[in-house]
Ligand binder design. Sequence first.
Ligand code: THU
Length: 135
Amino acid sequence: MDLNKIYEELKILKENAYTPYSNFNVSCIIYLKNGKQIKGVNVENAAYNPGICAERAALPQMITQGYNKDDVDVVALYTDSEGFGSPCGTCRQTLIELLYPEQKMLIFNKHEFIGEYTVGYFLPNGFTNNNLTNK
Ligand code: THU
């Protein structure tokens, strides 16, 4: 994985974000093992609630295009943050639903590469299908 190349691709992509309300751009690229990229940016709304995060713009496209967690190499996330660019709570729930807890995630902010984490790091003990039982 070429971190500089990923960072450049995320920075180009984040320019597509639609953020007239927050002016805080986020981009997410799901790099598949077959070399394909699935992309998402945050898309806001005057009514605020219908706004969608970059991660939840990208992940459903992965499913739509017929891919799943076994096809994913790495997930890269850029936020306009000055500090730690962290996935929001709702996105963490979607990440744990559609990816392995061990799935590698690369986090970048406005200035630099922050580090390599996992989906499980962001949502330990998350609610999954294993919990979905009343027995
Ligand atoms: N945002 C994301 O796209 N992903 C996250 O995980 C954190 C927040 C977006 C939502 C909103 O458009 C903007 O960042 C400010 O919250």
